[in-house]
Design a protein around this ligand. Structure first.
Ligand code: LMR
Length: 396
């Protein structure tokens, strides 16, 4: 049977991990996969996670099944973290999911059960795995304009015009904050305009929140979710704890569905749990139990907020450092857009050929689109990086 298969293409993002690992050059730089790194180039286990894990080891009495929705205390804590104090609880269903990707996958199946003919509209560009993941589940996907690759701004008018042309019931996939890959988020006014069109046209927002706390802070980063939740009848929100808790490989996330009323919520709740049972049965527990302990304990939560602020601050600092170094090394070229982005990513704004040259000649790794993860920048490598980038640019 398997002889009929062709080898699959390496993943555009995860494939870079192995490529970088196998490069023996000492000054190689990894700006590829979106993981946080310290100035020593390490993706650490947060101290607060270590503390919570110890508590868990000392107190956990069973590893028996909990159920398809995962742990109720985790779900309640995450719902509050994402939706805030004014959450419309009676209309919300939150389940624990295996990371953000698991959440997206369950959402895809739920959408297919509810409305098999709808189209999901994703930003152009979007996270490289959005299309294969949601498309692979069977959803129809199309894109709306989002990023202007020349001016490095959001194409808000074209985005709104596209949304205005959609049929009622279509789904709009949005990034809550730290848009991946561009690093450019809509302003407060732009979120209001997007929401207005969504309501007017009867569209269903599907918000992916993978970086809560990485742009400004936990509440500001949840603005889009909370603003829309107060105004739309139905909504889907996928949330991930991979980045803000550094729990990448533990697979921790949630899927929340906002239903039109509490009766509809009951039905959605039964359907979403049934979907889970048919895909992975029950979610992994360890990481979620750790997150639950941290969010619900004021001391641990305080420790976490400090570590989160440190990660956020370092990303912003490194972005500025690269922008300064490029100003010096590449006079006549404008990289000011780097400073406008937030979170882990932004586009460098160079061609796929230049990306290939950076990899081949300098051991600098990034996705073909020239998306860079600024966490890979350090005070020690930034000059080398800027020199390498400058050397691949056309004459100004
Ligand atoms: C990324 O965009 O690099 C991260 O979200 C990791 C991934 O799974 O692609």
């Amino acid at each position: 049977m398997f002889e009929s298969l062709q080898a699959a293409r390496a993943d555009a993002i995860l494939g870079l991990i192995a490529e970088h690992r196998n490069d023996s050059r000492p000054d190689k730089i990894d700006l590829g996969v979106g993981v946080y790194r310290t100035s020593e180039g390490v993706t650490p286990v947060l101290d607060v996670v270590k503390k919570a894990e110890q508590i868990l080891i000392d107190t956990q009495v069973s590893k028996s099944y909990i159920g398809t929705a995962g742990a109720a205390d985790f779900n309640a804590a995450m719902q509050a973290l994402v939706f805030g104090d004014d959450a419309p609880d009676e209309r919300l269903t939150t389940i624990q999911s295996p990371g953000g990707s698991g959440s997206l996958r369950v959402a895809a199946s739920l959408i297919l059960r509810a409305a098999p003919d709808v189209t999901v509209w994703a930003s152009e560009p979007t996270w490289a795995n959005h299309i294969p993941l949601l498309g692979g589940a069977g959803l129809k996907l199309k894109s709306y304009p989002y990023y202007d690759t020349d001016k490095h701004v959001i194409r808000i008018d074209e985005m709104l015009a596209t949304l205005r042309s959609l049929p009622a019931g279509d789904v709009v996939l949005l990034h809550a904050c730290c848009h991946n890959p561009s690093g450019l988020d809509p302003s407060i006014d732009e979120w209001a305009a997007i929401t207005e069109v969504v309501v007017e046209r009867g569209l269903v927002p599907f918000i992916d929140m993978a970086y809560q706390g990485f742009a400004k802070d936990l509440d500001a980063d949840a603005h889009a979710v909370r603003y829309m939740a107060a105004r739309v009848p139905e909504m889907i929100v996928s949330s991930s704890c991979s980045k803000n808790f550094g729990l990448y490989r533990d697979r921790v996330g949630t899927l929340t569905i906002l239903s039109g009323d509490s009766e509809a919520r009951e039905i959605v709740d039964s359907q979403v749990n049934n979907v889970v049972r048919t895909i992975y049965s029950v979610p992994p527990d360890h990481g979620a139990a750790v997150v639950s302990l941290i969010i619900r304990d004021s001391g641990l939560r305080g420790d976490w907020l400090i570590e989160l602020a440190t990660m956020r601050g370092r990303l912003q600092k490194m972005r500025g450092l690269l922008s300064d170094a490029l100003e010096e090394q590449a006079p006549g070229h404008d990289f000011s857009h780097l400073r406008r982005a937030v979170g882990m990513f932004c586009f460098l704004g160079v061609s796929a050929e230049q990306v290939a040259k950076l990899k081949q000649d300098y051991g600098v790794y990034m996705t073909d689109s020239s998306r860079i993860n600024v966490a890979g920048i350090t005070r020690d490598n930034v000059s080398y990086l800027a020199e390498a980038i400058a050397a691949t640019l056309p004459a100004a």
